[in-house]
Design a protein. Structure first.
Lengths: 207, 303
């Protein structure tokens, strides 16, 4: 997968994002989903920072074994995605305990979008960890993805519901509220970023 | 075993290796010698496929380390200069995990621990191990699967004298027992004299000299040492010391240690042949105790 293909995929994703009309979940559910996402984003940032730290220390012991660089990167991705699934499951479990009927509000499209959004954030952070190798740079990337870009691309139609939270919207998170038609674009972007991560690990992961 | 041809490695604007070319033959204990910052660690890491070369060709055990690193590292053990282990994971758990990555059993891991002399400390965590035993744990990790090639980066760095002796003895024993090719990077020449039979001297990112230590000593006119076994060492010693080609003679049990300039190597060998014919000498081997001298001459010449 070339960088050009990745760029086209990313542009397709963002282009679709701005054109598809929004279909919001209820404000209450939205806030729960949003704060759960924010919680996961902190977990993802911590994990990616741990990867940066590992690359400077214990990684050379493990990569001195018959282990490929792509396997190493995939192991970190698997760890992040497992954390993400655990976070999402914890949220659903809370719904089930409080009021099982709340579970019906989380449709497959909302769940898919939430998971895709988390996966995209994980991939962006792992790419940044592998490329930049600095925890401070990672925090900057996290802040831009989670707060900076949403601020720039915020949609007026969302303003009435989430005027206070708008600066906190992730552009990837926004994908969730605009309906199922965007999921394919998100999935394509996730696949592209995964290939980029593997490519970067294969060609640049030095310890 | 290891072939480097015109290898260049850059870190940003810094050129760590500037067209490095050398070979390490199979079965030797080779010293990769050079001052701090000469490019020793970079060379070892490129050999293990942990760093990518920018130019040139590298072949280790017939494989390209960067492209075929996974396959290569099944046959190579590596001890890093400053290895970092998960601080709170017991050595036993770490060793078992790394053995599993290599497809080995716990028995294999235990054998490596015994070879490295760390088996009594396997319940300890790395944070509670002394530096000497951390190095031994590193050695045990490097020995997993009894590799064909051992790459040891400054194995005695930061150790106290007794730990240095222990680790060096362990390396020497391992080289002999396992028959593996060993490459040790170091700038502590007296220690390398004790274990190495081959040297690659690197200085400023270029190879200054390479070859067996005896050959290097001959080329550079440094001192060589003959270890002669004899049934009558005192008589042999008195015979040899009378010849002006010999610089010094020492009796060590049933052996006579003869020191001479490498330029006199053939003449001393002729003397020893004569002694063997007379039944005074049973056999001998040539070593160089003058690696320091060789190293100094090479590094000075390369400046």
């Amino acid at each position: 997968m070339t960088a050009a293909t990745a760029a086209v995929s990313a542009l397709t994703f963002f282009f679709t994002l701005t054109l598809v009309p929004a279909g919001m979940p209820s404000p209450g559910l939205f806030m729960v989903l949003f704060f759960t996402h924010l919680g996961y984003s902190v977990i993802a940032l911590t994990s990616a920072s741990a990867m940066v730290s590992d690359l400077r220390s214990t990684a050379q012991v493990f990569l001195s074994q018959p282990l490929s660089r792509t396997t190493y990167a995939l192991a970190w991705l698997a760890a992040l995605l497992t954390s993400m699934l655990a976070t999402f499951s914890a949220m659903l479990l809370s719904f089930a305990v409080i009021d099982p009927s709340l579970l019906s509000l989380v449709g497959h499209d909302v769940a898919s979008a939430w998971l895709l959004d988390g996966a995209l954030l994980s991939l962006v952070l792992l790419l940044a960890a592998l490329w930049l190798r600095r925890a401070s740079a990672l925090i900057a990337v996290w802040a831009v993805v989670e707060f900076g870009v949403p601020l720039l691309l915020s949609d007026e139609r969302l303003a009435q519901v989430a005027v206070l939270l708008r600066p906190l919207y992730s552009v990837l998170w926004s994908a969730m509220v605009v309906g199922g038609s965007l999921l394919a674009a998100s999935a394509l972007l996730a696949a592209t970023l995964t290939l980029l991560l593997l490519r970067l690990a294969k060609t640049r992961l030095e310890v | 075993m290891i072939v480097f041809e015109g290898v260049v490695k850059r870190f940003g604007a810094t050129e760590a290796l500037r067209g490095v070319t050398f070979t390490v033959p199979k079965g030797v204990v080779a010293g990769l010698l050079g001052p701090n910052g000469a490019g020793k660690t970079t060379t070892l890491k490129i050999s293990a496929g942990l760093l990518r070369r920018d130019e040139g060709r590298v072949s280790v055990l017939g494989l390209d380390p960067w492209e075929q690193g996974e396959e290569l590292r099944e046959r190579v053990g590596i001890l890093h200069e400053k290895p970092a282990y998960p601080p709170d994971v017991p050595a036993k758990v770490l060793l078992r995990h790394l053995a599993r990555i290599r497809g080995l059993t716990w028995e294999d891991a235990l054998r490596a621990a015994k070879l490295a002399g760390v088996e009594r400390y396997l319940e300890h965590t790395p944070s509670s191990l002394s530096r000497g035993y951390l190095q031994r744990l590193g050695l045990a990790i490097a020995l997993l699967g009894e590799p064909e090639l051992l790459l040891l980066d400054e194995p005695t760095a930061n150790l106290d004298p007794s730990a240095r002796r222990e680790v060096l003895t362990a390396i020497k024993t391992l080289g002999e027992e396992m028959g593996a090719t060993v490459v040790i990077s170091s700038h502590v020449i007296p220690e390398m004299e004790q274990v190495c039979s081959y040297a690659v001297v690197i200085s400023g990112g270029v190879i200054a000299a390479q070859g067996s230590i005896a050959d290097l000593a001959t080329v550079l006119g440094a001192e060589v040492e003959f270890l002669v076994s004899s049934r009558n060492p005192r008589r042999l010693a008195s015979l040899l010391i009378a010849d002006d080609c010999v610089r010094g003679v020492e009796v060590d049990g049933e052996r006579v240690v003869v020191r001479a300039s490498s330029r006199m190597r053939q003449r001393v060998e002729a003397l020893l042949e004569e002694a063997r014919a007379n039944g005074l000498a049973a056999g001998w081997e040539i070593r160089s105790r003058s690696l320091g001298e060789v190293y100094e001459r090479v590094v000075q010449a390369s400046r």
